[in-house]
Ligand binder design. Structure first.
Ligand SMILES: Cc1ncc(COP(=O)(O)O)c(C=O)c1O
Length: 471
């Protein structure tokens, strides 16, 4: 890597690159020069101002990690359910983080250069939105490859960032078609693929930035530790935060969630489902299955109905739970469908593990409600108006239900082997050698990938010093 970085220094002098933060600055933006921080803050008024790159962080301007703690009247469990809030990231979801780190690492090794390359973003939506956004800020043309049956709001966002869409048939669960289409783009060396399912900058962003943020936020609740980290994998980038949590708290439980309708990690199942962004019918290359302890299934429509309850039926839900009017207002707009999936998984895990008031369960709301109005309109068409009886029975089923049959312990060697085999079957087809796949069976592979962050940060800092354009 050192040689590649050296070669880069020269190239950087030729063409202006637009830089952004290091990994460390994303976890700790407070270390940025005050002027850069201020510029970033002002840039929030104009989404397309490149200074927004410095807003890629879980932190608000006051340096606090953006999060909510769910009311216990809602969760029905004693443990603290802490949710990191992703919708305030530029472009509206934390997926912009891996899009940025994958592109910047490509620039740092000299692989990707503005004016020479087109960026390709294989996605089910949010990563594609993030890629289109980052490419726009950094001056690249971009093609987003995604299934043709995702929410209408996603396509619109990508078009707003001047991204070209290449749609493959199907839904969330047809990502493999997206990957196959991506292979066609790879034939032209001018196309550079930000491959979220395969490339480790996604792992690095979430392990270091999301994991570090999860650990920090938990410090102020309960016993200050993280008892469990829960996330529904799409690329499984977010799940990498669990590796950071486990490094600090080896006893912490890491739980991956899947739609019941597409139970790939659970039992090699495959099917279509309604939770956009997750359940992609594969074990992704960057999923460190060694640290995943449990897999839990969540019924997809529980998530859509849960979103209806928290978003549109809030006042009636408050009444039903004997809460003060407005007590749930702070949750308005905070969740998308996968965010509801994550909180249901967190609540159900806390219940199954009998966690107490000192225990913290951390999870994630990847994006907010802004990209799902069409999904709730569809729910209204399917189910009709929500009566009082419906509201009460939905609430019971969604927030109080938890079947122990729907959680699987994957800590045994046999289960790890099953997950490795599934991974190998997918990725050997895309040219990954058995030696590389074998190396992923060792935790040292993942730790050494995380350790590269220091070197990458130094390279970026150096590159910023040696060129005039630091946006
Ligand atoms: C809405 C939503 N939730 C969850 C995820 C899953 O996150 P990850 O890809 O980090 O596993 C995605 C990924 O695109 C997403 O768009």
């Amino acid at each position: 890597m050192a040689a590649a970085i050296g070669a880069l220094a020269k190239k950087l002098m030729v063409k202006a690159l637009i830089f952004g933060p290091t990994y460390k600055e994303m976890l700790h933006p407070e270390v940025l020069p005050t002027a850069v921080r201020k510029q970033a803050e002002q840039a929030r008024a104009n989404e397309l101002d490149a200074a927004n790159l410095f807003n890629i962080t879980w932190r608000a301007p006051d340096n606090k990690i953006r999060h909510v703690v769910l009311p216990k009247a809602l969760t029905g469990v004693e443990a603290n359910i802490i949710v990191l809030v992703g919708r305030e990231f530029p472009s509206g979801s934390h997926k912009v983080g891996p899009a940025y780190t994958t592109l910047i690492e490509g620039e740092l090794t000299g692989e990707i250069r503005p004016g020479e390359n087109t960026i390709i973003g294989p996605s089910t939506g949010n990563f594609g939105i993030g890629v289109a956004y980052i490419a726009k800020l950094k001056g690249y043309p971009v093609v987003v490859i995604m299934p043709d049956q995702m929410s209408a709001e996603r396509y619109q966002r990508i078009r707003n960032y001047c991204g070209r869409l290449d749609l493959t048939p199907g839904t969330e669960s047809d990502v493999i078609l997206v990957l196959e289409r991506t292979e066609e783009y790879k034939k032209d060396p001018r196309n550079k693929v930000l491959a979220q399912f395969e490339l480790l900058p996604n792992y690095r962003f979430h392990r270091y930035v999301t994991g570090g943020s999860a650990l920090e936020v938990a410090r102020t609740y309960g016993n200050g530790r993280v008892a469990a980290f829960v996330a529904a994998p799409g690329s499984a980038g977010t799940l990498a935060a669990g590796d950071e949590v486990k490094e600090k708290f080896p006893d912490a439980i890491i739980c991956a969630l899947e739609p019941r309708e597409c139970s790939t990690l659970f039992n090699n199942g495959r099917g279509t489902h309604r939770i956009e962004g997750i359940g992609d019918k594969m074990v992704t290359l960057i999923h460190n299955v060694l640290t995943t302890d449990y897999v839990m299934l969540i019924h997809d429509d529980d998530c859509v109905m849960g979103l209806e309850l928290l978003q549109r039926q809030q006042a009636r839900l408050e009444h039903c739970l004997h809460l003060q009017a407005g007590a749930l207002q702070f949750l308005h707009d905070v969740f998308g469908i996968s965010g509801i999936c994550n909180i249901l998984g967190a609540v159900r895990l806390a219940r199954l593990l009998r966690l107490g008031p000192e225990d913290n369960v951390v999870t994630i709301a990847t994006d907010g409600f802004d990209r799902y109005p069409s999904v709730l309109q569809d729910l209204a068409r399917r189910k009709g108006a929500v009566s009082k009886a419906m509201l009460e029975s939905w609430f019971e089923q969604i927030f109080r239900g938890a079947a122990s049959a729907e959680i699987l312990d994957v800590r045994s060697d046999g289960e790890k082997q099953r997950l490795f085999s599934y991974k190998e079957a997918t990725w050997s087809k895309f040219g990954y050698s058995s030696a590389y796949l074998e190396s992923m069976k060792n935790q040292s592979f993942w730790d050494s990938e995380a350790e590269k962050i220091h070197q990458l940060d130094e390279a970026l800092s150096r590159a910023r010093r040696t060129t005039s354009t630091v946006s």
